[in-house]
Design a protein around this ligand. Sequence first.
Ligand code: GCO
Ligand code: MG
Length: 402
Amino acid sequence: MKITNAYVNITSPGRNFVTLKVETDEGIYGLGDGTLNGREMSVASYLTEHVIPCLIGRDPFQTEDIWQYLYRGVYWRRGPVTMSAIAAVDVALWDIKGKALNTPVYNLLGGKSRDGVMVYCHAFGKDTEAALDDVAAHQELGYRAIRVQSGVAGLKGTYGVSKGGGRYEPAERGLPSEYEWATEPYLRATPKLFQKVRERFGEDLHLLHDCHHRLTPIEAARLGKELEPYHLFWIEDPTPAELQEGFKLIREHTVTPIAVGEVLNSIWDSHDLIRNQWIDYIRTTIVHGGGLTALKKLADFADLYHVRTGCHGATDLSPVTMAAALHFGLAIHNFGIQEHMPHTEETDAVFPHAYMYTDGYMHPGEKPGLGVDLDEALAAKYPYHRAYLPVNRKLDGTLTDW
Ligand code: GCO
Ligand code: MG
């Protein structure tokens, strides 16, 4: 089999998605996601200008060699743009392999290790009461694991809480909006929030919380310690992860489990975090981490150190990534949990898919390959719009992590 053609599709059914379609001489095609929220066009041009010309004529079954060619072979390594472009190719090739062998991708990754993939959803509210009501609504939908975020009194808007009444979407059309941030009120409010959640919902529900890179290690250590009575499944991104050894300090002070990695792109970004057992869950995603080929190696490395996966699954990862993540989560041994933030109806219509949700679990379905398609005629009705993630400033105007 030979790759005969490949092209990038950009569509915006409510939010932007970059999809790579790879075609072969046997009529089989594969899809890969290359969406990088707020920087979509850089991946699209990386693929179109630099990667696609090198793919034509290659054997799509050579996922390892093509991965190495695109990573090692270009001299310049890592980074979100490069790794998302490599992921788009890699995932499209696994899709082709599955279709050609007439089997779902999970069978190529080790076969089923479990019956379904436990997912966590997002509950949020502008204050504690609203957040608790949203937890109740999500529990009704069958979720067994719920991330809880609440607005902080005195701050206009915070991460994870939608501004209007609708779903939470971090990227917005127009120029970046600005949020404000103060650590102290957040640190005081968050343990109280989880105390209330446990009082109302008991011990059975898995509870998660995303700090979104906003704390210093010692502040994160304080939060982890104060959350201990409420037995969280994890705190996520407690501090920016560029300084991997920052997690040592958090670890030394708290037994609250730690998850990190949605902005990491390679095994080297979490090498120290994992081998020192400073974290419990690695959140690197298939799309931003170089595809299934790279994620399988990362998961196998993490397995040696009792670190499990908890892959990023926000709506800026397209249904193609969601499908790939579910095949991956069904197959690998050290799966932990998968994030699930449902896409809009418009997005689901543009990307018809076989994966499904039932009672807190998801399943990739039994279609050959990934089991997800792209309706290009419908996609064309939703042209690309530039959108940005917000930026964040402390109350005195200092730019800080969003
Ligand atoms: C999460 C993430 C997202 C990111 C978003 C950025 O845990 O789901 O933190 O909400 O902010 O994916 O594009
Ligand atoms: Mg996050």
